[in-house]
Design a protein around this ligand. Sequence first.
Ligand SMILES: Nc1ncnc2c1ncn2[C@@H]1O[C@H](COP(=O)(O)OP(=O)(O)OP(=O)(O)O)[C@@H](O)[C@H]1O
Length: 129
Amino acid sequence: MDFRDREYSRIKRFVLSFRFAFEGIVYLLKKEQNFRIHLLVGTAVLILGFLLGLSAVKMAILFLVIGIVLSLEAMNTGIERVVDLVTEEYHPLAKKAKDVSAAAVLIFSFAAAGIGFLFFFWPLVNLLF
Ligand SMILES: Nc1ncnc2c1ncn2[C@@H]1O[C@H](COP(=O)(O)OP(=O)(O)OP(=O)(O)O)[C@@H](O)[C@H]1O
């Protein structure tokens, strides 16, 4: 039975939507190396920030930035799968769609790296020297 079927209660559809989103996360963890790398780096950054005693505001910004990177990576994968669904042939528009979608992740990753540099440079310098 289709989950959009009217037989399903609103509550059940609400719970199912979480289950499907969770399945998406499992898919990303199993199949997408870039997602795993971003998750690993993000976790390491949060642990380092905690150990260096960054302020609550800075930690909140780090959480936000890491969440956005992971979400963009997930959206990028979603777009790649849709493009693959539309065509398995080489197509200039398929290339543009995938390249631009990957560019979105890269652009924000540069911004995230800039924020990381601003937050960690002096605390690390003070710790090491
Ligand atoms: N159907 C296509 N037509 C034209 N170019 C494509 C097509 N599919 C992929 N490409 C090109 O190959 C690149 C890599 O595509 P691919 O689908 O392998 O994604 P990926 O970046 O390796 O991600 P993933 O490993 O998560 O699938 C794209 O960015 C695009 O430039």
